[in-house]
Design a protein around this ligand. Structure first.
Ligand SMILES: Nc1ncnc2c1ncn2[C@@H]1O[C@H](COP(=O)(O)OP(=O)(O)OP(=O)(O)O)[C@@H](O)[C@H]1O
Ligand SMILES: [Mg+2]
Length: 288
């Protein structure tokens, strides 16, 4: 994230009053205070930390004692049967769903449960939903440009201009997502895979610390899937990634550590070979 955007994000956080005393729902004031606005505290070696999280929907325990943590720069794969709670977990991390209990931290100091969805995005957690949501009428360039605008209404007017570092970032992102040769193409004319990459590029424009990707290769051709695997491998290190997928050959290409979710909690964790050999995982997910 460029310094001006970091500054803007920090100002928004301050203005929101969300970090001020009295808005913490009974928690002690200052407990999750951001000491350096825009900075994520990684001193404990974790960029994301969930502990004993519970969520019920009308009595159904969608998330039931979920605990996991992710290291800075890690590419974590999450697998598990339909209804395991994978998407719900992302809803919780991004502030879309409030858990009934538990802890969710970004770095060591930022209590995500005290922040709203837009604030969490501004702090550096980018989320990619399954369906591509690019602006079909705009070009690839305009979509990426729009991703930087803090006020989307001014983005299309003449008052929004990229500065030099933003232009550099845009050029870099275009290379990363392999769309440099499509820069002036209308997004609606791109293939399904290209739209997915463009949307990932829009997230990358903000240089997020953590990227949450829900079934990113669903509907892609084999070649697009392979390219996406290479893209994710190129992103890890600079970014931390949490990738939910059912495509096991894709998972095999990109995975280091795999977490298996089932019934709203972690069933197993390890390398893909380790979890695939786990009897409980075979039982609930991989089949015999
Ligand atoms: N807002 C909601 N209201 C009621 N039930 C919900 C809500 N969101 C999720 N659920 C339920 O919670 C469970 C977990 O759903 P979730 O979408 O998180 O699963 P998932 O692991 O992402 O599954 P899939 O692999 O099919 O995407 C499901 O049984 C789902 O029906
Ligand atoms: Mg899901």
């Amino acid at each position: 994230m460029t310094p001006d955007l970091m500054e803007a994000g920090a100002q928004r956080l301050e203005q929101s009053g969300h970090l001020q005393e009295g808005s913490s729902g009974g928690r002690s004031p200052g407990y999750g205070r951001v000491h350096v606005p825009g900075e994520v505290d990684l001193t404990h070696g974790r960029i994301l930390y969930l502990e004993d999280v519970h969520v019920s929907f009308d009595g159904f325990k969608a998330i039931n004692g979920l605990s996991l943590d992710i290291a800075p720069g890690e590419l974590r794969c999450i697998i598990g049967p339909n209804g395991a709670g994978k998407t719900t977990m992302m809803d919780i991390i991004t502030g879309k769903t409030r858990p009934d209990s538990g802890q969710v931290y970004f770095g060591s100091t930022i209590d995500l449960l005290r922040h709203r969805e837009a604030e969490i995005a501004a702090m550096g957690i980018g989320r990619k939903f399954q369906k591509p949501t690019v602006f079909e009428q705009l070009t690839v360039f305009e979509n990426l440009e729009l991703a930087l605008a803090t006020d989307k209404r001014v983005a299309s007017s003449l008052s929004f201009r990229l500065d030099a570092s933003q232009r550099d970032r845009l050029a870099e992102v275009l290379q990363t997502i392999h769309l440099a040769d499509q820069v002036n193409r209308q997004a609606g004319l791109l293939s399904h895979g290209q739209k997915q990459w463009l949307e990932i590029g829009m997230l990358l424009m903000q240089d997020p610390r953590l990227l949450l990707l829900d079934e990113p290769v669903a509907g892609m051709t084999d070649e697009e899937t392979e390219r996406t695997a290479q893209l994710f491998l190129s992103l890890k290190g600079r970014h931390s990634l949490m990738v939910v997928e059912h495509d096991m050959s894709f998972i095999r290409t990109i995975s280091e550590k795999v977490t298996v979710l089932c019934d709203g909690a972690v069933l197993a964790e390890g390398t893909l070979d380790q979890v695939q050999a786990d009897e409980r995982v075979i039982e609930v997910y991989l089949g015999r």
